[in-house]
Design a protein. Sequence first.
Length: 246
Amino acid sequence: MTGDRVVRVWAQIGQQSRGAPISVAHVCDAAVAGVDVDGAGVTVMVSPTVRDTMHATDRVAGELEEWQLAFGQGPCVDAFAAGGPVLVMDLDSPDYWARWPAFTPAAVDSGARAVFALPLQVGAIRLGVLDLYRTRPGPLSPHELADALAFAATASMLLLDEAAGTQPDTAELAWQRDDPTAHQAQVHQATGMILAQLGINAEAAFARLRAYAYAHDRRLGDVAREVVERRLRFEPDAPSGGHDEK
């Protein structure tokens, strides 16, 4: 994923928020518009059996989350357990009726024909799942999937903000209220350097930067500045996401 996609996704979320505090609900609304799906839902999960629906954009999205919570099966459950996307291009097929015998007939009856479940996670921390659905069968295009993953990464960051007791309250990038030193250009520069250091995409690089700041109870801008000044380097095998160079 490119840095341009990060900026574009945040801009789409900002349009949905209309100046209100940015929330997971705004991410879901922006995903529906940006990925060309019919609805979205977010379920937060502590484990495969301890979970709760945080938001659903419409009746069908709400019922999809409800059926998965009730039956303990479905794309959301599998995505959380495996830590990777579960992409169902045609739910009304024999394979999925056999795979999820309780969930599938209920979901099809609700009106869903394609479901795309994307895990919400930062590193090894799993937070929940973003579910997108369409009323027609068919896959996501590569571009749509990349955008969907970017929306999932954004929802993950917002959930981390909530866990830390902070809430972004502008249509700007999420860090700007709590960290006035976190200038957008510097954060993007640091994200690019982490991308090069770890050989990962921009989405994952920004998530690592954000997770490091969260884990060490530091301002994102301070961490970004240390990366840019080469006083902090991220290593693939560093449990905390990076180490200070001596």
